[in-house]
Design a protein around this ligand. Structure first.
Ligand code: FAD
Length: 356
């Protein structure tokens, strides 16, 4: 396949870049390693077509994120507020009952969720592209300049996915550092890629779906923080059409999670929800656990040591365009404004495609 632009990575950044280029009439293709699109965005199905729970990102903040607000509007998606009404709980010590604070917890600006989960954004963006231009199960492991001047993108078995005039790398820089480039990219670029942490890649989310919202009946918001674990931060994840759910971010390290195993982790998470909200938590309709640290298309071993705080993201200016502008680094970690967030993924896509 010969194209003007090949985009590597079918997460939000790659999808947005492909959609922008397609709208401008640029012949492009999207190469995605996984069987599915979305990357760090992944929503699991509840009961009903539009009923989806997020195991990756769930929140956005329209007042601070103009690109995402505009895209959600353009794609005709509906947003709703994160539920925070009711008391919050803080679990400080193992042998002490959790403390209840009646005032609740409101972030300002309010966190918003998408009807249909963040997956709705992925599906709507993918629908703007011809399906013949989207290739899943197409991991790119090498990019080389051919004697004829094209850029050839190949897979681990040497499969040729595409020959392009330009390439946008819409994936975490740490994963770019695993690719082979011929001619090689300058050493400082390779080092920068390797040293740039992938935001949230070391995290894991556990989500429990219930028949009844037993915590709201007791005046709880579903928000809790814990120094006991295994989850350190818990929130309501119920769907607006009525399926109640709670989710939490795991506080255990990736290594501790791996040692414990999925079944024991889920059991410990449910036991914690029961300590906090009552014994009804032990009988969910479904439990989902997604350990992003175990996903090779997102995390490397270096991501098992998460950064202290939110890194200052953005590509150093000399690395912005490589190979005379034909190879461009993109993905949320390259965005100087809101790198790490969904908004950063859009910001990076806009910057990468602005050069066309
Ligand atoms: C648990 C969790 C919670 C989060 N919560 C929030 C939140 O509430 N709000 C928010 O704004 N952000 C949140 N984030 C961050 C948000 O998910 C990211 O900012 C965003 O999804 C990044 O999009 P991206 O396209 O830049 O990268 P990715 O989504 O990582 O996409 C990269 C794509 O490249 C593919 N790929 C990898 N290697 C190759 C290869 N060799 N060849 C081809 N394709 C390849 C991957 O499979 C993937 O699809 C969260 C992340 C996680 C993990």
């Amino acid at each position: 396949m010969r194209v003007a632009c090949a985009i590597v990575g079918g997460g939000l950044s790659g999808l947005h870049a492909a959609s922008l280029l397609h709208r401008r009439g640029v012949d492009c293709c999207l190469l995605e390693a996984r069987q599915r699109l979305g990357g760090r965005i992944l929503s699991v199905q509840g009961d009903g077509a539009d009923a989806r729970f997020d195991l990756g990102p769930a929140w956005f903040w329209p007042d601070m994120q103009p690109r995402l607000r505009q895209l959600v509007d353009e794609l005709g998606l509906a947003a709703f507020e994160q539920q925070t009404r009711g008391a919050i709980l803080v679990e400080r010590f193992k042998l002490e009952a959790p403390q209840r604070y009646e005032r609740g917890f409101n972030t300002e600006p309010r966190s918003m969720r998408l009807q249909g989960g963040m997956q709705a954004l992925v599906d709507a963006l993918a629908a703007t592209l011809p399906s013949s231009r989207i290739h899943c199960n197409a991991p790119v492991s090498a990019i080389r300049e051919t004697p004829e001047g094209g850029l050839e993108l190949t897979g681990p078995q040497g499969e040729c996915w595409a020959i392009a005039e330009r390439v946008i790398l819409a994936l975490p820089p740490r994963l770019v550092s695993r690719m082979t480039f011929s001619p090689p990219v300058p050493e400082p670029v390779a080092r920068w890629c390797e040293n740039t942490p992938t935001w949230m890649a070391g995290q894991a989310k556990c989500l429990a779906v219930y028949g009844e919202p037993f915590w709201t009946a007791k005046g709880f918001s579903g928000t809790a923080s814990s120094f006991v674990g295994p989850m350190m931060e818990i929130h309501d994840a119920s769907l607006p059409q009525g399926q109640p759910a709670l989710f939490g971010f795991m506080g255990l390290s990736p290594a501790a999670r791996q040692a414990l195993g999925e079944a024991a982790l889920k059991e410990a998470a449910l036991a914690q929800l029961a300590r906090l909200f009552g014994p009804e938590a032990l009988t969910p309709v479904a439990v989902h656990l997604l350990d992003w640290a175990q996903q090779p298309e997102t995390a490397t071993r270096a991501d098992w040591e998460p950064p202290m705080g939110h890194p200052a993201y953005g590509v150093p200016a000399p690395f912005e365009s490589l190979w005379s502008g034909r190879l461009v680094l993109s993905g949320t970690e390259t965005a100087p404004g809101q790198g790490g967030y969904l908004e950063g993924a859009l910001e990076a896509a806009e910057a990468a495609t602005s050069r066309f």
